[in-house]
Write a protein that binds this ligand. Structure first.
Ligand code: SF4
Ligand code: SF4
Length: 502
């Protein structure tokens, strides 16, 4: 059972969640064997990719194998040298969805990592801004905190970024891949942050953690104090509440900068990146390494071998479980992503082909709990916990009735899909599933309305043009008629004068 404690702290509204799951060891183990790599041609942000390779092609490590159709600059890179085996249908990184995926069979199934270790003799400030930016572009660096934004695009999105924020909050309960990363790659993470600061010309840089990570905070402060190159990095904390690590929550509570749902943080001078992204930036600048790997937390109920595993992007859940020596027959399902925002994968086929991607920070192994959905009892728990003060039960009812213009949907844009309302609901109602569906429907209605407005505008323009053409024709006709009448009158007058003279 999960223990729930509702509390507010420094005006942060959220839940302190104490699941009965053991966190993974803070050691980072490197996966050593990859059977295949799988790359869905859709991502969790509704971007669609077109392959740039075909079945049978031999691809190099780091080669572009697909490019996004609807988001300029996004691409998928091969994490290992291998052969394109074809396109398979796999679990998409979106709820209840399948997607086509490129499958690579590595030439060498033993995976090798290239380490980039920070060396204090290297003066970080000597690296030119242009070199840092170009390295970030070349390395195809996307935000590993879940946003998947291109780091280079984020840097270019505003010409006035004053503050760099390194997000190490890891607000999903039990996940600790960021903590493991800070424990083993602290200098590399901070150096990546300093490169970002230089690239953005930012005045300040702050790393934000959960306040209960006392040992890590002390280690971090000690390290910063004793390493001159990192002296300008500030350390801030947020309470151990979910979802205190969301970007807008951090800006509101640490920097006193409340932003609206549609506000973009870089437009307000703040550029936030997850610390794993910062390590990718360090590697890109230091050794020109593309972003091909990340750390995944693997843990679960009654699982002894909970681990943090460094593995290439595209590794299948099956390869990860094999490496962690977890007997698949003993688990009923896996959950990819965090306890709150992840998604359950239940079938054997899905486990074999589910790819662990840039946005998948954890793999939770669990036994299915019997959660039978019953009617809403109007207890109000969902509204009490909502960090952005929505009324989930009313929204759910409006969604059920397809009443998307309902006043309770007015602020649906504010919903972070944090899952807190689902988590506390005693009736096990999938409120968030309904909100995702409703947002899609509202977007479709909006698109339809825009299309209708566009067609109406075109029709009105055509009508105006036809009207103008008609008026112009009539004007010309009238002009000609008047000219002809004038000519005839002049002719008649001339003839009359001539007749009079003769
Ligand atoms: S998922 Fe949305 S409605 Fe539910 S608690 Fe989170 S922000 Fe509120
Ligand atoms: S928590 Fe569940 S049962 Fe309670 S009001 Fe919200 S939707 Fe209804």
């Amino acid at each position: 059972m999960l223990k729930k404690i509702f509390k507010t702290n420094n005006n942060i509204k959220g839940l302190q969640i104490k699941p009965s799951l053991n966190a993974a060891s803070l050691d980072i183990e490197k996966i050593d064997f990859i059977e295949k790599l799988v790359y869905p041609l859709e991502d969790s942000k509704f971007n669609y990719y077109t392959p740039t390779v075909k079945t049978g092609d031999r691809v190099k490590k780091g080669q572009v194998i697909a490019v996004a159709e609807n988001a300029h600059g996004l691409k998928i890179l091969a994490s290992a040298e291998g052969t394109i085996k074809g396109v398979e249908t796999v679990k998409a990184p979106l709820p209840q969805k399948l997607a086509d995926a490129l499958v690579i069979e590595p030439i060498n199934k033993t995976y090798t990592f290239e380490d980039a270790i920070f060396n204090n003799d290297v003066v970080l400030s000597d690296f030119p801004k242009e070199l840092i930016f170009q390295s970030i572009v070349q390395a195809n660096i996307q935000g590993l905190g879940g946003g998947l934004f291109l780091a280079a695009k984020k840097l270019l999105s505003s010409d006035k970024i004053d503050h760099i924020v390194l997000n190490a909050v890891e607000c999903e309960p039990v996940l600790n891949c960021d903590e493991a990363l800070l424990t083993h790659y602290l200098a590399e993470c901070l150096a990546g942050g300093l490169f970002l600061q230089k690239a953005a010309n930012a005045k300040t840089i702050t790393i934000v953690l959960k306040e209960n990570k006392i040992d890590l905070i002390n280690y971090l402060k000690h390290f910063i104090k004793n390493n001159e190159q990192f002296n300008n990095i500030a350390v801030a904390t947020v309470p151990d509440l979910y979802p205190a690590g969301a970007e807008k929550e951090i800006l509101k509570h640490v920097f006193n900068k409340p932003l609206k749902a549609k506000d973009i943080s870089t437009n307000h001078g703040y550029l936030m990146n997850n610390i794993m992204t910062a390590v990718s930036i360090f590697r890109a600048v230091a050794i020109q390494a593309p972003q091909l790997e990340r750390v995944f937390s693997v843990f679960g109920k009654n699982i002894k071998n909970s681990k943090n595993i460094l593995a290439p992007i595209g590794t299948t859940a099956e390869d990860l479980l094999r490496f962690a020596k977890i007997d698949e027959s003993k688990i009923d399902s896996i959950r990819v992503g965090g306890l709150m925002m992840g998604e359950d994968i239940t079938t054997e086929t899905n486990i074999k082909t589910t790819a662990l991607l840039k946005s998948s920070n954890g793999v939770i192994l669990n036994t299915k709990e019997d959660k039978k959905t019953v009617e809403c009892i109007n207890c109000g728990e969902c509204s009490k916990v909502c960090p952005v003060n929505l009324v989930p039960n009313k929204m759910f009812k409006a969604g059920q009735a397809d009443d998307f213009t309902n006043r309770f949907f007015k602020n649906l844009d504010e919903c972070m899909f944090c899952n807190l309302c689902n988590y506390v609901c005693p009736s096990y109602i999938d409120l968030v599933g309904m909100f995702k569906y409703s947002r899609q429907q509202i977007q479709l209605i909006e698109q339809e309305k825009q299309r209708a407005d566009y067609i109406n505008k075109l029709t009105a323009k055509k009508r105006d043009r036809e009207e103008a053409e008609k008026l112009e024709k009539e004007r010309i006709k009238l002009e000609r008629k008047l000219a002809r009448e004038k000519r005839l009158a002049e002719k008649a007058q001339k003839e009359a004068v001539e007749n009079a003279e003769s």
